[in-house]
Design a protein around this ligand. Structure first.
Ligand SMILES: Cc1cc2nc3c(=O)[nH]c(=O)nc-3n(C[C@H](O)[C@H](O)[C@H](O)COP(=O)(O)OP(=O)(O)OC[C@H]3O[C@@H](n4cnc5c(N)ncnc54)[C@H](O)[C@@H]3O)c2cc1C
Length: 304
């Protein structure tokens, strides 16, 4: 029987598949997980070919963006893990006051926010400092809260790859965007690229917004530590971080994981932590908040 790696190479190119690959450098929480097969997609064609290969070879498929909203607790991920490094963008005129941005799903969102802010194109500038990719941010409808603005707000349409490996174009309504939500969480479709409508304005405005959010993040979120984003979703507009803080859990440590002193909704990995310790800490946080406020916390970070 020909090995899967050889079969995968037939679809994706010789030497491009890594076996038993350590994913931790690509996960902002730095949990130790290995991919059975690993591939870096650099183009739209790569993403489509990887999905088709996984379907034809009956391998599980997982798409990794910036790895900033994940807590991978499994030691080994079976099947094909694809890291999205498809990076490109095009800006064209839409009307007198707006431009149309077409951007690939692997584009780092913070780089995009900076570039657009410098050009005075308004709509994504508050996401300066948001880790991860455009695709991951659309999947989660990632947000900024001061003022409330979601990545999906100015999206016009997107090119998706569906579960059968077929490409389709959808409009904004298709995504059913809401707080921390898009339809992709149900359909498992992949964003290949997206179109946004952005307002032309004075770069002074967009740069001021971008710098404000960057400064605010630095002041209120952990910097230079291994963590994912906010672990729990806010509850009916109430900050989960506040509830965790008021339950007395700041700095609470289990093994090599602890609740951030700076922002109680961030969990910091001190290195070499055991998955069971993270699970215990999460359980403790949920129990304490439930006991004190009667509120059930639900994870925003995706546990795998
Ligand atoms: C320090 C820090 C600060 C953060 N601040 C914020 C914040 O202000 N607001 C906020 O909302 N979040 C925040 N986050 C969380 C996180 O950065 C966002 O959720 C981000 O948008 C995730 O993107 P990603 O590319 O890293 O996705 P990943 O973590 O790689 O993946 C998350 C999910 O998206 C799926 N996915 C990835 N790419 C695609 C694609 N192209 N098509 C379909 N599905 C895809 C993955 O398969 C996975 O299921 C923060 C995280 C950190 C570490």
């Amino acid at each position: 029987m020909i090995k899967s790696i050889t079969k995968l190479e037939k679809y994706l190119g010789t030497g491009r598949i890594k076996k038993n690959f350590d994913l931790s450098p690509y996960l902002t929480l730095r949990t130790h997980a290995h991919a059975q097969y690993f591939f870096e997609a650099e183009t739209e064609e790569d993403l489509v070919a990887a999905k088709k290969a996984s379907l034809n070879l009956r391998l599980a498929f997982f798409l990794l963006g910036g790895g900033s909203n994940l807590a991978i607790l499994k030691k080994n991920l079976r099947g094909l893990v694809v890291r999205n490094k498809f990076i490109g963008k095009k800006i064209g005129s839409l009307d007198k006051n707006h431009v149309k941005l077409t951007v690939s799903s692997g584009y780092p969102i913070t780089k995009l926010a900076k570039e657009l802010a410098e050009l005075g194109y308004q709509g994504l500038e508050y996401h300066l400092g948001l880790p991860g990719t455009v695709g991951g941010a659309i999947y989660m409808n990632s947000k900024w809260t001061k003022p409330l603005s979601y990545v999906g707000d100015n999206l016009i349409s997107a090119k998706l790859l569906n579960a059968k490996g077929n490409v389709k174009i959808v409009d904004r309504a298709y995504f059913e965007f809401a707080y921390d939500r898009s339809i992709l969480q149900k359909t498992n479709e992949i964003v290949l690229s997206a179109d946004f409508k952005l307002k032309k304005t004075d770069p002074k405005n967009t740069l001021a917004h971008a710098k404000f959010s960057q400064r605010y993040r630095r002041e209120t979120q952990p910097v230079g530590q291994f963590c994912s984003g906010c672990f729990f979703r806010n509850v009916n507009g109430v900050s989960a971080g506040k509830l965790i803080d008021q339950a007395g859990l700041k700095s609470k440590k289990v093994g090599q994981f602890h609740v951030s002193e700076k922002h109680a909704n961030f969990i910091i990995h001190d290195g070499n932590g055991k998955p069971e310790d993270l699970k215990t800490l999460l359980k403790l946080m949920k129990t304490k908040v439930k006991d004190k406020f009667g509120v059930e916390l639900k994870e925003e970070v995706i546990l795998i």
